[in-house]
Design a protein around this ligand. Structure first.
Ligand code: DAH
Length: 339
């Protein structure tokens, strides 16, 4: 039968499942060629009919078998092509995501915290909106004390102000400890002053307060702790020196200098040819301050210190303008991306 040869030939050529389906319809469908032949059998004689019927059935079965076979082959190669196109190369290197970094001030605060934690200190924190009592009174700065002028303040009400330093936490910590010793804390935080902003002043800046109270705490302990801190922070070869100073909440009081990190003490522009850089204020806690917060000044002594974080960072990294810390210039901030 001519139809058989043609159908089988065309089936072999079918390139995909859609073409194969078209061929099935063409030959075996309701109006397919073979179907038409079978429909026409009624016109044949009684002798011819069974012969043609048998032949037509054979051809239909043969086409059906090839169709099935071809379909399986096409499906298998379609699956293989899909798998091949979707293969993942697990050896390709990944894309790195751009990561930010902590703000340089945060990094410095954490570094300073780590150093003092290593020296046995704990971290305490207090409010930025502070009462007149804690900010001044409890630090031996009564209402009309002239030293209040050293720190121009942002008052919010008669009795509330933005804290001008982190020292109010000395009184807060002592009250919370209720006369217990030892007290050994540092307190980082933001402070506020009515200053005009320039290269070295900012109306908001960051301080870290330190307070140690116990039996027989001496000025030499203060010096030892601050020397250990300075060497961790600025390098093993730095020296410190204490200069007499005045703070109402300490007696005696001292300002502390470290040898200039830039010239190593020889004298340069950064240290104004002195070889020293001032890093903090400190002293032995004034007996009145101890007493006001519930510590017996006959039994206990202590020392305190307060440092400016921006200043430390500026000295350590040679930053010339404090405003860099607040302007959020990505080019500045990125330099502190240490990975
Ligand atoms: N509170 C002082 C300031 O802001 C810094 C300071 C000096 C803190 C001496 C202290 C200290 O604890 O003992 O200028």
């Amino acid at each position: 039968m001519e139809v058989k040869e043609r159908a089988l030939g065309e089936l072999q050529q079918a390139a995909n499942l859609a073409e194969l389906n078209d061929l099935r319809v063409k030959y075996l469908g309701k109006k397919g060629e073979l179907t038409e032949i079978m429909k026409g059998m009624g016109k044949l004689s009684a002798e011819e009919r069974p012969l043609l019927g048998q032949l037509a059935n054979e051809v239909r079965d043969a086409i059906g078998a090839i169709l099935e076979e071809k379909k399986e082959a096409l499906e298998a190669s379609a699956l293989e092509a899909q798998l091949r196109s979707q293969t993942i190369d697990v050896t390709l290197p990944g894309r790195t995501l751009a990561k930010g970094n902590k703000h340089p001030l945060t990094q410095i605060i954490e570094q300073i915290e780590d150093i003092f934690i290593g020296l046995g200190f704990e971290i305490a924190e207090g409010p930025e909106l502070e009462t007149d009592y804690y900010n001044f009174e409890a630090l031996n700065l009564p209402k009309d004390h002239p030293a209040r002028d050293m720190q121009d303040s942002f008052y919010v009400t008669e009795d509330l102000l933005m804290r001008t330093h982190t020292s109010p936490n000395q009184a807060r910590v002592m009250e919370a400890k209720q006369g217990e010793v030892p007290v050994k804390i540092i307190c980082p935080g933001r402070v506020y002053r009515r200053d005009d902003d320039d290269a070295t002043h900012s109306h908001v800046f960051t301080q870290i307060e330190g307070l140690v109270i116990g039996k027989d705490i001496r000025m030499s302990d203060l010096k030892g702790i601050l020397l250990a801190f300075s060497r961790e922070m600025f390098g093993d070869d730095v020296q410190i020196r204490l200069r007499p100073s005045f703070f109402p909440f300490t007696e005696p009081s001292a300002e502390v200098d470290v040898t200039c990190a830039v010239c190593k003490g020889k004298g340069c522009r950064v240290c104004k040819e002195t070889g020293w850089l001032e890093i903090l204020g400190s002293g032995m806690v004034h007996p009145k301050v101890l007493e006001m917060s519930g510590y017996d000044s006959e039994k206990y002594t202590g020392f305190a210190f307060g440092m400016g974080v921006e200043r430390i960072a500026m000295l350590k990294y040679g930053i010339e303008d404090i405003r860099h810390f607040y302007n959020n210039d990505i080019r500045f901030l990125r330099q502190f991306n240490r990975r």
